[in-house]
Design a protein around this ligand. Sequence first.
Ligand SMILES: NC(=O)c1ccc[n+]([C@@H]2O[C@H](COP(=O)([O-])OP(=O)(O)OC[C@H]3O[C@@H](n4cnc5c(N)ncnc54)[C@H](O)[C@@H]3O)[C@@H](O)[C@H]2O)c1
Length: 304
Amino acid sequence: MREIRRVAVIGAGTMGRQISLQCARHGFPVALFDVQAGALAEAERWQREIARGWVEIGELMPTREDAVFERIRYEVDLAQALGDADLAIEAVPERIELKRDIFARADRLLPAGAIIASNSSSIRVSALEDATERPELVANLHFYLPVWDSPMVEVGGGSCTDPDVLAALTQFARAIKILPLRVMRESTGFVFNRVWRAVKKEAMRVADSGVASIEDIDRAWMIKFGREKPPPFAQMDRIGLDVIHDIELHYAAESGDREDRPRPILTERVERGDLGLKTGRGFYEYPDPAWMRSDFLNPDAEDG
Ligand SMILES: NC(=O)c1ccc[n+]([C@@H]2O[C@H](COP(=O)([O-])OP(=O)(O)OC[C@H]3O[C@@H](n4cnc5c(N)ncnc54)[C@H](O)[C@@H]3O)[C@@H](O)[C@H]2O)c1
């Protein structure tokens, strides 16, 4: 079976910085590329903060912290980032033309035989494969946020992906301690995102049509499914409302169904620049969102 030894991650945003850190933590040399030098600097700062946290709670030996960062190269030159990689994972914004452009450039710059994978949340890799001259070496490799707390990844091929590529990606996922979920047939949204899509879409419809408040929908969710994890609107804030918006637009373009278009409750926030946790305001306000307060689910609290 082909072996993945060196990884390149394209895009150092919310996902790229996590995927690259997970790779480095589990022994893979990784090059992290972004078009913006500032995004790389911010990614490194963030990764070091996370690694320090792991050391503090005993999840990472202090002696291993430096080794993790010795394995990460921060690159502003795509050719440098890709020149020695066995696997490139793109994590750039959810726009099909941008991803096709990245696939085409990666195809020209990667060694022969290297795999190109997309972390897209909704775009099937068969919509990207013909941007390359190596359609048998492309795949969807869809991680979830936060990568180490939601340790699963969907692995799926396009119209002609070599089964050996999927086997190598499955083995790679296990090597970085992420459970691979095999997508047996191409499907927009893969496995869990199809389920999550129904949840977030209906949650937004219920709020948008004035049936219930964002907070009450989230309260109901937390009471039924657990108080520790973010409920639907809080989770959308974490993902990024711009990312959610792009995904909804993609679903709508694919189905042609007006009902699939992003709801005003989402669009109006994106237009205002209220993108969730990353901008300090989305469905909730940060750093102290109401859903995390101790009285959020308290029946005695006035707003509870
Ligand atoms: N946010 C999530 O929870 C999540 C989860 C799973 C998958 N995804 C998918 O991962 C991808 C990235 O999402 P994100 O949330 O990390 O986005 P993001 O906006 O946080 O980060 C995207 C990064 O890509 C960079 N970029 C833009 N154009 C580029 C180019 N041409 N070359 C290199 N870098 C470029 C940007 O500077 C930015 O740093 C999307 O396809 C999204 O659907 C997101």
